[in-house]
Design a protein around this ligand. Structure first.
Ligand code: PDD
Length: 289
């Protein structure tokens, strides 16, 4: 297999030759942000929304955006073109850059920019057809979860909790209310209506959040953003998780308790079909220049 080619600070390099200095603030402080953009058959899905979130994340931590959306798309195109893959996930990371270790922002520093791509391995059909198991834990992360920060230790610990329990995700609660999973948003279905935690500082607003809003509106499914209690989650008819790499998945057990009928439900089925149709209808293109 040929080695992946990545973009690092202006260069296209084989992955094994891509290096950053140890004083990079991403390494020292986790001082940076990232994005994960899915591509189907080399066509980016909702790239503009991902790039807008990238810009928001950078602005929220005071890193100047090194590129315009058009320039980002051109760089993504370079990386995608250099790697012969089908469905893939493009990973972008921007850190504040390299400077002597001191917590406050250095005065003159150039952001470090990495873009790489990997095959997008979607969940096996059996997981969609049978549903997945999840566990819960208290959300002990910081209070700026809306930033797609590379400081992911809290998310890593939550993901590890799922891994040691042999399940797909850890769904988190803060002070008794649903927030999100380690790397997915969570959707609660009751009586045919969908609820989700509000888009605030307690969750990352997934790009699929906007998509679910559009799908629900198009299908006349009521969607409400509100605080959701632990009891409501366990008492849901259906529970759904969403992310760029999972698309949407039905959750059928939580901490070993059955959710709803224990089978993927009709609202999931409709939304999943809508998701697939949205992928096919997407007019996003890589740049041709
Ligand atoms: N994670 N919440 C968290 C904490 C996430 O890390 C993610 C995605 C989401 C869903 O966002 P989106 O719909 O834009 O994928 C919600 C990515 C996939 C990751 O870290 O790999």
């Amino acid at each position: 297999m040929t080695e992946p080619v990545v973009y690092l600070n202006g260069d296209m390099l084989p992955l094994s030759e891509a290096r950053i200095p140890v004083l990079d603030r991403g390494f020292i402080f986790g001082d940076g942000i990232y994005e994960v953009i899915p591509l189907y058959d080399a066509r980016p899905f909702r790239a503009q929304q991902h790039l807008a979130r990238l810009q928001r994340s950078l602005a929220s931590i005071g890193i100047p955006d090194p590129f315009s959306a058009t320039e980002w798309l051109a760089l993504i195109t370079r990386v995608v073109t250099a790697n012969a893959l089908g469905d893939q996930m493009v990973y972008i990371q921007v850190t504040r850059g390299v400077a002597k270790r001191a917590h406050a922002f250095p005065k003159e520093v150039t952001p470090t920019v990495l873009i790489m791509t990997n095959p997008l391995v979607l969940p096996a059909a059996a997981l969609r057809e049978k549903g997945v198991a999840c566990v819960t834990m208290e959300d002990r992360r910081w209070l700026n979860c809306q930033i797609k920060s590379v400081s992911l230790l809290g998310n890593v610990l939550a993901a590890q909790h799922a891994a040691v329990n042999g399940v797909t995700e850890t769904i988190q609660f803060r002070d008794g209310f649903l927030t999100e999973a380690s790397s997915s948003n969570v959707w609660v279905v009751k009586g045919g209506r969908v609820s989700a935690p509000p888009k605030d500082n307690l969750i990352l607003e997934g790009i699929r959040y906007g998509l679910m809003e559009e799908l629900c509106a198009a299908m006349d499914i009521s969607l409400e953003a509100r605080r959701i209690t632990r009891d409501e989650v366990f008492g849901a008819d259906e529970l759904i998780i969403s992310s760029a790499t999972k698309e949407i998945l039905p959750v059928v057990t939580l901490d070993g308790s059955t959710i709803g009928t224990g089978q993927p439900g009709p609202v999931f089925a409709k939304l999943y079909a809508g998701y697939q149709a949205a992928k096919l209808a997407s007019s996003d293109e890589l740049t041709t220049s």
